[in-house]
Write a protein that binds this ligand. Structure first.
Ligand code: ARG
Length: 542
């Protein structure tokens, strides 16, 4: 078991000894700012508040019952009632040795693995993936990797938008104005052009709109020609999506578009009507939430008066399918914050429909990416930024930087470093800020060599890794070698001061060399694992 977990259990026991009926599930011990110690717990303050006790008194009473002298040299009560723990170097060394032996890498696997379905990325067919899709893709991928690392089962599900009224216009355009050679060169750009042109024509002339509607009705009715074209548009889009996913290293277990659920919508609405969950309103079918204060004025539409179905209808059918197929403990939807109302409605409607389900439903929403001017991030000419262009630019900018710093490396190697650091920079910058705030996209900040950036962490990996590669062949790697004597060894997490203060391969005695080498090896492994969990690669040299 990890050290902080062991301390946590002892602390919980001590709290119970001082307050026998306390709920200690929220009494946690977490790593803290090294200024204060190694670990900290702030739980006693909220516990004291709940029970109207003096927090410092509760902390004092708890400490009187707490014995962690096996691992800690000092336990202190600070401020309003924080408890700070400082580890004994020997206890720290023991943990490090267990990690070096491969027993853990500073995290525990879940005792009870759960199954989660994660719905993320979910772009729309026949449109280029743009900068708005990057957040869902990266956050969803990172959640997938994190849950898997902790031992959970994850179904990564790409719910692509491959159905809807836009196909009426796309079909009309495909049949009347498609440029075959442009389709061959850049299918998505051509589909986008076709859609835009027809959309304008429809606005200008209702006759065109009527034609587009007829194409849609034919598609919905199963017309062979329209189905063939529709399938071709999906295939072309998937090629584009797959190129981007390949670059980002993102994989899905299933890609089931909205169209997959289409046959289930009619019976679904009928079932909801029969059960009295849905009702008619002005020719349409709605689910009203009169019993839910926050949604009182916000019914959700599940069938339009013309018989067409809605986004919510598809999402309810999708939910039912996922529960039936994978029996997940949790379903997580990763989309931008503008869909909050939609998911609140879908989740609430689902509870009315399947009150017995224990599945947790979560909308992991995020803020927007803004340009340096604080407005939605656009190209210089004012258009939405295409994801492929953004990734190209990241690699180009990184290539320039690598060439300035390490011009002596062969070009192919500089290109590979640029790929890994450029894409890493974009991902890291996206994961760094508070997920729900908007953030300003800044190339300079995300590619900075110093600071909280991917490049910095990747560089620290190569540094530790290089020491290991140089030293391991002659010194051998010995997990049991770790002894922490220098403060900078304990503070290796602060990296740079370690290398300055603690030479590794040139240290005087063999035991110190072996110990520091094993520390470098662990550091490299932790950094690599951490970055990999964020979906970020590393290189051997940069
Ligand atoms: N295709 C949608 C969009 O681009 C996102 C779908 C999210 N997932 C879902 N189950 N509704 O906005």
């Amino acid at each position: 078991m990890l050290l902080h977990k062991q301390i946590e259990l002892k602390l919980q026991a001590a709290v119970l000894a001082a307050l026998p009926d306390a709920d200690v599930s929220a009494v946690l011990v977490r790593p803290c700012d090294p200024k204060f110690g190694d670990y900290q717990s702030n739980a006693l303050m909220s516990l004291a508040k709940q029970r109207k006790l003096n927090p410092r008194q509760l902390a004092t009473d708890t400490l009187a019952k707490l014995d962690v002298s096996e691992w800690c040299e000092k336990v202190e009560i600070v401020g309003a009632g924080f408890i700070n723990f400082r580890l004994k170097p020997a206890a720290l060394a023991q943990t490090l040795e267990a990690a070096a032996r491969g027993e853990h890498l500073f995290f525990d696997k879940a005792a009870q693995p759960k199954t989660a379905v994660i719905d993320f990325s979910s772009p729309n067919v026949a449109k280029p993936m743009h900068v708005g899709h990057i957040r869902s893709t990266i956050l969803g991928d990172c959640l997938t990797r994190t849950l898997r690392l902790l031992g959970h089962r994850v179904v990564a599900d790409n719910h692509i938008g491959d159905w809807g009224t836009q196909f009426g216009m796309l079909l009309l355009g495909w049949k009347t104005i498609l440029d075959q050679s442009a389709l061959k060169t850049d299918a998505i750009a051509e589909l986008e052009r076709v859609y835009k042109t027809i959309n304008e024509r429809c606005k200008a002339d209702p006759q065109n709109l009527e034609l587009a509607k007829q194409e849609l009705v034919k598609l919905q009715g199963g017309d062979a020609e329209n189905l063939r074209i529709w399938h071709e548009m999906i295939r072309l889009s998937q090629v584009q999506f797959d190129t981007i996913y390949g670059r980002l290293g993102v994989k899905f277990d299933v890609t089931l578009g909205e169209s997959f659920y289409n046959p289930k919508l009619k019976p679904l609405v009928e079932e909801l009507l029969a059960k009295g969950i849905a009702r008619e309103s002005e020719g349409a079918i709605i689910i009203a939430f009169d019993d839910v204060p926050a949604l009182k004025e916000q019914p959700t539409l599940i069938r339009k008066s013309d018989g067409g179905f809605n986004y919510s209808t598809t999402d309810l059918a999708t939910l039912a399918h996922r529960l039936q197929t994978w029996s997940p403990d949790e379903i997580i939807y990763v989309t931008d914050g503008r869909q909050q109302l939609h998911f609140t409605q879908v989740f609430t409607a689902f509870r009315k429909w399947h009150g017995e389900s224990k599945a947790k439903l979560a909308h992991v929403w995020f803020g927007s990416i803004l340009g340096e001017d604080g407005k939605p991030f656009k190209t210089r000419s004012g258009e939405t930024v295409k994801l492929a262009d953004l990734l190209d630019e990241a690699e180009e900018r990184a290539f320039k930087l690598v060439s300035e710093k390490s011009g002596d490396l062969p070009e192919a190697q500089r290109k590979e470093i640029a790929r890994v650091t450029g894409l890493g920079a974009v991902k890291y910058a996206d994961l760094l800020p508070n997920r729900q705030s908007d953030y300003i996209f800044s190339w300079d900040k995300m590619l900075a060599l110093a600071g909280n950036t991917a490049v910095y962490v990747q560089y620290q990996f190569t540094r530790a890794n290089k020491v290991v590669r140089d030293g391991a062949p002659t010194l051998g790697l010995q997990p049991s070698a770790i002894r922490l004597t220098e403060p900078a060894e304990s503070a290796l997490a602060k990296f740079t001061s370690f290398y300055e203060n603690c030479p590794v391969l040139k240290a005087d005695d063999a035991a110190t060399r072996a110990s520091r080498l094993a520390l470098c090896d662990l550091t490299a492994r932790v950094l690599k694992q951490g970055l990999a969990t964020l979906g970020i690669e590393t290189v051997e040299q940069m």
